[in-house]
Design a protein around this ligand. Structure first.
Ligand SMILES: [Zn+2]
Length: 217
């Protein structure tokens, strides 16, 4: 198992736009396994490829813990998955989104807290997002599928992860009156320099994905 290094703000690769995936190879599927393990290792509900320095239009999510908790109300109707023939199928997590497109967003707009693995140690930020989302994407085999969400956490997460593919970060979205960017960067540096975090990073051994020449790039 390989774990990838998650890049922290303001790393320059976080701002690079992802390009579409065209080759659905075994190496892509192997990469996705390690990418998903990276999301779990760092306790993320979602992770986008630009966050590990791979500028491709890929993100992964796992909403199962949230759907099973009582933090956000979940009903089957608020999160529907459809296969390439538009037939409704059971949601299965983790879920891989390749070349995703948000084809519809509609009101209400919700103001909600939002965190990001590229902003460790930072407070969560208040952002405005649409509640209702329809997203089309491909899975790890290139097969098309779609999701309709009116679940607050899932819809926020889709918009957040999709932003990463265009190099858009939380600092572009948050309520700028609450934090200064310099404070946020200082908090991230404190986190990286914390002895406990340094020890942890040494122990889990991360690989810099941006230095690997994957065959699907
Ligand atoms: Zn993020």
């Amino acid at each position: 198992m390989t774990l990838f290094k998650v890049l922290h703000y303001p790393h320059v690769l976080l701002r690079k736009k992802g390009t579409p995936v065209e080759k659905f190879t075994d190496e892509l599927r192997e990469f996705l396994k390690n990418f998903i393990n990276t999301m779990y290792e760092f306790d993320g509900g979602g992770l986008a490829a630009p966050q590990i320095g791979v500028s491709k239009r890929i993100f992964v999510v796992d909403f199962k813990p949230v759907f099973e908790s009582d933090k956000f109300e979940y009903t089957k109707d608020c999160f529907k998955v459809f296969d390439k023939n538009h037939k409704e199928i059971e949601p299965k997590f983790p879920m891989v989104f390749i070349n995703p497109q948000i084809v519809e967003k509609s009101e209400p707009i919700k103001v909600n807290w939002e965190g990001c693995l590229s902003f460790p140690n930072a407070e969560s930020f208040n952002t405005e997002r649409f509640l209702n989302i329809e997203i089309h994407a491909q899975n790890e085999f290139g097969e098309k599928f779609s999701v309709k969400s009116s679940h607050l956490y899932a819809s926020v997460c889709f918009q957040h992860e999709n932003d990463h593919l265009d190099g858009i970060m939380l600092v572009d979205r948050w309520n700028k009156n609450s934090f200064s960017e310099a404070d946020i960067i200082a908090d991230i540096k404190d986190f990286e320099n914390d002895p406990a975090e340094r020890k942890r990073m040494k122990k889990i051994k991360v690989t810099e994905a941006s230095k690997i020449k994957f065959d699907f790039l």
